[in-house]
Design a binder for this molecule. Structure first.
Ligand code: NDP
Length: 479
């Protein structure tokens, strides 16, 4: 099946008629083609967005809200179709696509459809000067949204929904590795009555299509989620052009387990925070630090549970771990396991490819636990982004805090403890944008989301996203 670009409300072939193969990770076979869009396609998308902007930006917030909520309802009505498409394109278990990815994409539209009705701006009375200031928050114009492959529709819509809710028009690019649900979204937007040109989706390679979006002088803001290196490259291009930038980048998140935690709940959640989505979530707790007094017990129980996880075809409801997203990515993850072994890491379980009958060329890997001797090793310092976690013991709060922070990233951290004072101390000192205590990946869409250090700049979520997608303008009136 050939995917098309969605420009000005129409499904379009790429102008150069060049195509890229789309692979199914579950069996390693090509199952469709994706436009290899050029600058000319981005230009068309930009022109459509620019033409739609004057009307869309003046459309009442009620009307915008209604359309976003309609998109959300249509996504819910098409849950099964979208979940199957996401699972096939990405390799993730269908159960995950059905319960997390697609419901969350629908929630993104519903949430921002509602949020825009509550978005307000400030006023400041300059007492003693007989003046009143008020702040206008105006849509920026045409904005660019670029998203990765791990949570395809979930992260794509997390950007698009606030952008259009705030009155912008969008040129968006999903990852070339997982374009399918973004393609299907175009038709849903038409059905929901989104005016032509408000959302334009251009498929293609990051280095050409993505680059053309970032370089386009008329696209005034870029919201990007992806790898840290790509984020740095985008910043180099966009900053001298004075574009507004939101960068949600990689993570190497600590999962810190104290002996006083609720052990069973910790164990169950640590399985999820280590291996959900084949460990391909920027928030996964890939460095597990366990207080020395419970380390041996944890090691035995954790490994026993990991061994129960079923690696299988993504379409089977009983599958816990599906296929990794691509052959290149599988090789990258396997290479990290070799690096860990060379650094004297001990593979406690997993570490090998899995061959599944009838799907021998799929990209399957055992969930892997590696015991490391030090936090300084490469496997603890670099983002693997696969079903691989390291574990090591710690002796004191200071010790673990120092290890948690000794990494270039700062996206999230998880703490397992029932000690309130320790929770408060650690939460304020861990260098990360998001801290979970006795839970993981519990999301309230009103909260600020984003990282520090090499995990990015800016915050998404709630009004933060609406603030990003608007320009604040102060008006001062003397009376
Ligand atoms: P990449 O950085 O490779 O790609 C992200 C997106 O950027 C893709 O659409 C890609 O296109 C595009 N792109 C690549 N090069 C350029 C360029 N020069 N200009 C413009 N766009 C470009 O990341 P991955 O897709 O590999 O995603 C995994 C990464 O994303 C991990 O590091 C992960 O931690 C991070 N991530 C961060 C999250 C967060 O919220 N902080 C959430 C989820 C993931 P193409 O795919 O076609 O190359």
């Amino acid at each position: 099946m050939n995917i098309k670009n969605y420009i000005n409300g129409q499904n379009e072939n790429p102008i150069n008629n060049e195509w890229i193969d789309n692979y199914c990770p579950a069996n390693g076979e090509v199952y469709g083609k994706i436009p290899n869009s050029s600058k000319a396609d981005v230009e068309n998308a930009y022109n459509a967005a620019k033409s739609a902007f004057p009307v869309w930006s003046q459309t009442t917030f009620e009307a915008r809200s209604r359309i976003l909520i309609k998109i959300s309802e249509l996504l819910e009505a098409n849950l099964q179709r979208f979940a199957e498409a996401e699972s096939k394109d990405n390799g993730k278990p269908i159960s995950l696509a059905k319960t997390v990815d697609i419901p969350r994409a629908a929630s993104n539209f519903r949430f921002f459809g509602n949020a825009i009705t509550q978005f307000a701006s400030e006023s400041h009375e300059s007492v003693g000067q007989e003046a009143m200031n008020y702040t206008l928050r105006q849509p920026i114009g045409v904005v660019g949204c670029i998203s990765p492959w791990n949570l395809p529709l979930y992260l794509f819509t997390w950007k698009i929904a606030p952008a259009i809710a705030a009155g912008n028009c969008v040129v968006a690019k999903p990852s070339e590795v997982t374009p399918m649900t973004a393609y299907l979204l175009g038709n849903i937007c038409n059905e929901a009555g989104l005016p032509k040109g408000v959302l334009n989706i251009v498929h293609g390679l990051g280095t050409t299509t993505g680059q053309a979006i970032v370089e386009h002088p008329g696209i005034k803001a870029i919201s990007f989620t992806g790898g840290t290196e790509t984020g740095a490259h985008i910043a180099k291009v966009a900053v001298p052009m004075f574009k507004k930038l939101s960068l949600e980048l990689g993570g190497k998140n600590p999962n810190i387990i104290f002996a006083d935690c609720d052990y069973e709940s910790m164990l169950e959640t640590t399985i999820r925070s280590s291996f959900s989505n084949q460990g391909q979530i920027c928030l996964c707790g890939s460095r597990v630090f366990v207080e020395a007094s419970i380390y041996d017990r944890f090691k035995i129980d954790f490994i026993a549970k990991v061994k129960q996880l079923k690696v299988g075809h993504p379409s089977e409801e009983s599958t816990n771990i599906g296929a990794l997203v691509s052959k290149t990515h599988l090789e990258k993850v396997l290479n990290y396991i070799d690096i860990a072994k060379n650094e004297n890491g001990i593979v406690l379980c997993g570490g090998n490819k899995v061959i599944i009958k009838d799907f021998e060329n799929g990209y399957y890997l055992e969930p892997t636990v590696i015991e490391v001797l030090t936090n300084e090793c490469q496997i603890n310092q670099e983002e693997v982004f696969g079903p691989v976690v390291t574990i090591m013991p710690f002796n004191s709060e200071d010790h673990v805090l120092q290890m948690a922070n000794k990494v270039k990233y700062g996206l999230s951290a998880t703490l397992w403890t029932n000690d309130l004072k320790r929770t408060m101390r650690m939460s304020s000192q861990i260098q990360a944008g998001i801290i979970w205590v006795n839970t993981w990946m519990m999301r309230d869409l009103r909260t600020p989301f984003g990282g520090v250090k090499a995990s990015g700049i800016g915050r998404e979520g709630g009004f933060e996203a609406l603030r990003f997608f608007t320009e604040a303008k102060n008006v001062c009136i003397k009376y």
